[in-house]
Design a protein. Structure first.
Length: 161
């Protein structure tokens, strides 16, 4: 007996995007806008991958292993990016004496702070545009909900460590 093949995806009715897909689509738009703003601010060498380091919280006075933990990635991946970012002059690693031990900490440079300023200005612009698009009150509720969900996710992450 011959089995009938399932219909091709293009012939099936797909459900609308879930909230996860909508968040991803929105985040991809934000990242594209951020990258454009950074390049326009005079940093064309900045790459999308560098957002793994240049995201909240910014790496200023922290160990590379702490950055890796915060960003939920490997130390090797973070160190690879730090080498690139240090070569571009956006961060620097300094040896700091703490008691009997020396530690290598990552610090932002002036150029790194200029990138952070470009990111902040772009996010402020998007905030204003989106507030106008959906209404200021609705957008503020949206931001409050994101803050609540982010705090809850952070709590769960801490408990699971």
């Amino acid at each position: 007996m011959h089995k009938k093949n399932p219909p091709l995806l293009s012939k099936r009715k797909l459900p609308p995007p879930s909230f996860g897909a909508l968040m991803r689509m929105t985040w991809q738009h934000v990242r594209q806008q951020l990258l454009k703003a950074i390049h326009e601010a005079g940093f064309p060498e900045f790459q999308d991958a560098h957002f793994a380091v240049f995201s909240f919280p910014l790496p200023d006075g922290v160990r590379p292993s702490e950055i890796a933990r915060q960003k939920n990635t490997s130390r090797q991946a973070i160190n690879y990016l730090l080498v690139q970012l240090e070569g571009l002059g956006y961060v620097e690693r300094r040896t700091v004496s703490e008691g009997d031990a020396d530690r290598r900490l990552v610090y932002m440079t002036d150029q790194g702070y200029q990138i952070a300023d470009a990111i902040h200005a772009c996010l402020q612009r998007l905030h204003g545009e989106w507030s106008m698009e959906v209404g200021e009150e609705r957008f503020e509720v949206f931001v409050d909900v994101l803050k609540q969900l982010a705090a809850k996710a952070h709590e769960k992450d801490i408990k699971e460590r």
